[in-house]
Design a protein. Structure first.
Length: 117
């Protein structure tokens, strides 16, 4: 089986939680993932996310349930900031990023920078 990129499991677990109307148990999260994963693997990912402050634990009858502690947009912004902070040439990273945008995305960015939206 091919190895998943770093953070891919965390992202998938967060996607499940972002789509849930209430806190979910490890078993419920496991069932909603788009691939099969061992219960202990899901529990480990949730422990990591809790330690990072990205999920909250809620005491339930059978242990804990989990809900997202961060919004998807906030996490994306934090990740972009981490990438930029790790770069010795932020300008080149930003230029490459902007160059990779579709015409529509570039137009939206231009409008945001111009205060139009």
């Amino acid at each position: 089986m091919a190895r998943r990129p770093d953070g891919a499991l965390e992202t998938e677990v967060l996607r499940v939680l972002w789509g849930a109307p209430e806190a979910l148990s490890v078993s419920e999260i496991r069932e909603l993932l788009p691939f099969e994963l061992a219960y202990t693997s899901v529990a480990t990912v949730l422990s990591r996310l809790h330690r990072k402050g990205r999920v909250e634990r809620v005491k339930s009858a059978k242990g804990f349930s989990y809900r997202a502690a961060v919004q998807e947009t906030d996490l994306a912004v934090r990740r972009i900031g981490e990438v930029l902070a790790a770069s010795s040439d932020r300008r080149s990273v930003l230029a490459s990023f902007v160059g990779s945008l579709s015409e529509r995305e570039a137009r939206e960015l231009r409008d945001m920078l111009d205060g139009k939206s």
